[in-house]
Design a protein around this ligand. Structure first.
Ligand SMILES: [Zn+2]
Length: 152
């Protein structure tokens, strides 16, 4: 399971898709077509021909991150949505106010929103050692509204 690694990499600005529901052949095809590095804990998969892959032996998250950074070089991207890997766009306090808890709307001024899943983020303190942002777990209703107003 490399889900934690993918979330950390997104924070660091890497375009990190995470799939654990696909057969090996499909993962290899996606990695080839999208020019991705296939990061896996499956040594046999990493050794297959025809794909640029990195076998992760470490179980420690920091060591896993270091292995990927060593393979890809430092990230030049901005932080991406840790949940879905979407790009984040700035959100004004006025735009964010109806989407976040009232306390957050009163006390925070810096917001970003995921273009893909519409989650809203703001500065927080959940992860020590990283610049971290809070996340509203129930931002789900925003997706529902959009589906109703734009049917296709
Ligand atoms: Zn997202």
């Amino acid at each position: 399971m490399l889900g934690n690694l993918s979330r950390r990499l997104r924070w660091l600005g890497y375009d990190a898709e995470y799939r654990n529901d696909l057969p090996d052949e499909e993962m290899m095809r996606i990695a080839r077509e999208e020019s991705r590095l296939l990061v896996t804990r499956d040594r046999a998969l990493a050794g297959r021909r025809g794909v640029h892959a990195l076998f992760i032996a470490a179980t420690d998250l920091d060591a896993q991150v270091q292995a990927v950074v060593a393979a890809l070089g430092p990230s030049h991207g901005s932080t991406r949505c840790t949940v879905c890997n979407g790009e984040l766009e700035p959100l004004s306090p006025e735009q964010a106010a109806p989407l976040v808890p009232p306390y957050v709307a009163r006390t925070q001024t810096d917001f970003v929103r995921c273009r893909r899943c519409l989650r809203v983020y703001w500065p927080g303190t959940h992860w020590s050692g990283l610049q971290v942002w809070g996340e509203r777990a129930d931002a789900r209703h925003v997706d529902d509204q959009r589906e109703e107003t734009s049917p296709g």
